[in-house]
Design a protein around this ligand. Structure first.
Ligand code: NAD
Length: 371
């Protein structure tokens, strides 16, 4: 499963789609990276695209409502899809089918079923679709992983996430704001640390009496991971006092010791390990942007390729199902049901053909670029 690389000497020319808070963060990241050039901004609302374009300070920056049309007009190499989750599938599918590689915001799509459709669309078109799971790109997280490598097998990964933000807007009205909008970051970081995918989850979701959210703003989840390790997520979005960092506070217990990380500063290990400093992956979206650029130029496998990333959203859906049904949920059940839904709803005949050719969802998702 290879993807097409781009051969050009100049910077990678990018269109940002979705001119909201995150789209604007992407325009700044692209402008700050000498390997990339911002050539256009697309948004359904022309006023949003125009005001984001004005903020960049780039004279006469191209704007439009449709990403593919804007790429054709500007001759861009790729898009960054920073639209709302419901628009991830249509915008990314249209780009891939038009021969345009995509770097997408998390979550991969609004559902695992849509994520599978996007993985199949990427295979069909041979274009790279990478999901930016920005919290992976943190030098201290890379350092935690180095320290763990010196401490033997990992048995237990625990993260505590306690904050009290008053967002206003859609998060205050969502059914599962913490699990849907936030926990995917910690779930994905646990997969990164363990180099393992999830097997099953037991989860409870609830809303503390004083919560200012309509939906459940707190959750406790226990995941069984491949290889036998357990990963626990305990979190709340309405816990004032001694708040954790946005990455959460981590304790990782391994065969010969433990690593603690507050999610911000340097990690500590007991016993101390004498590992060299981890490379700096660049911070957050600057890191995923660099990885996307390198993948398109040199054909290297990025860690957020759609096939690998779908499993992080599967963890979220499985946790929500477990809480709703009051039982342990197997990730394979979520994948199978999502696969059936993807087969039933796929509208593109070639993408459907790719989906049908998969021996199993897990096999298809774990295939590497070199295979
Ligand atoms: N990595 C992170 O830490 C992080 C942080 C915040 C948000 N996000 C993610 O970034 C994405 C965007 O979030 P946001 O907070 O910027 O949302 P937002 O609502 O502020 O902005 C989204 C923009 O997309 C536009 N849009 C919607 N559908 C479109 C379409 N079909 N074509 C073109 N434009 C379209 C909207 O008009 C809006 O301007 C979400 O997926 C969110 O989960 C990630």
């Amino acid at each position: 499963m290879t993807f097409r690389t781009i051969e050009s000497d100049g910077p990678l020319r990018l269109v940002v789609v979705g001119a909201g808070g995150m789209g604007r963060a992407w325009t700044r990241a692209i402008q700050a990276d000498p390997g990339t050039e911002l050539v256009g901004i697309a948004d359904l609302f022309s006023a949003a695209a125009e005001s984001a374009a004005a903020e960049t300070g780039i004279p006469d920056l191209a704007v439009g409502a449709d990403a593919v049309e804007l790429v054709r007009r500007t001759g861009a190499d790729a898009i960054v899809n920073a639209t709302v989750p419901e628009a991830h599938h249509p915008v990314t599918t249209a780009a891939l089918l038009a021969g345009i590689p995509v770097l997408g915001e998390k979550p991969v799509a609004a559902s695992v079923a849509e994520g599978l459709s996007l993985a199949a669309a990427a295979e069909h078109t041979g274009q790279l679709f990478m999901v930016s799971q920005s919290r992976r790109y943190h030098r201290s997280l890379f350092q935690v992983k180095r320290q763990l490598a010196a401490l033997g097998a990992v048995g237990f990964v625990a993260v505590e996430f306690f904050k009290a933000p008053h967002f206003g807007g859609f998060r205050d009205e969502m059914a599962s704001p913490l699990l849907l909008d936030m926990a995917i970051h910690q779930f994905d970081m646990a997969r990164f640390l363990l180099d393992a995918d999830p097997v099953s989850v037991s989860c409870e979701e609830y809303n503390p009496a004083w919560s200012w959210y309509d939906g459940d703003a707190a959750a406790n989840a226990v995941f069984a991971m491949e290889g036998g390790a357990r990963f626990t997520f305990n979190g709340s979005w309405c816990s004032p006092g001694f708040e954790t960092s946005w990455n959460g506070a981590w304790r990782i217990s391994a065969e010969r010791g433990t690593v603690l990380w507050d999610g911000d500063g340097e990690p500590d290990s007991d016993p101390e390990t004498s590992v060299a400093d981890a490379e700096d992956p660049r911070h957050e979206i600057a890191g995923s942007l660099r990885e996307f650029t390198a993948a398109l130029r040199f054909g290297t496998e990025p860690m957020g390729r759609v096939h690998a990333n779908v499993m992080s959203l599967a963890m979220v859906e499985a946790a929500i199902q477990s809480a709703a049904q009051g039982r342990r949920v197997a990730i394979d059940d979520v994948l199978e049901r999502s696969y059936e839904a993807a087969l039933a709803t796929e509208r593109n005949a070639e993408v459907l053909g790719v989906l049908k050719s998969w021996p199993s969802v897990r096999d298809a998702l774990s295939r590497k670029k070199t295979e």
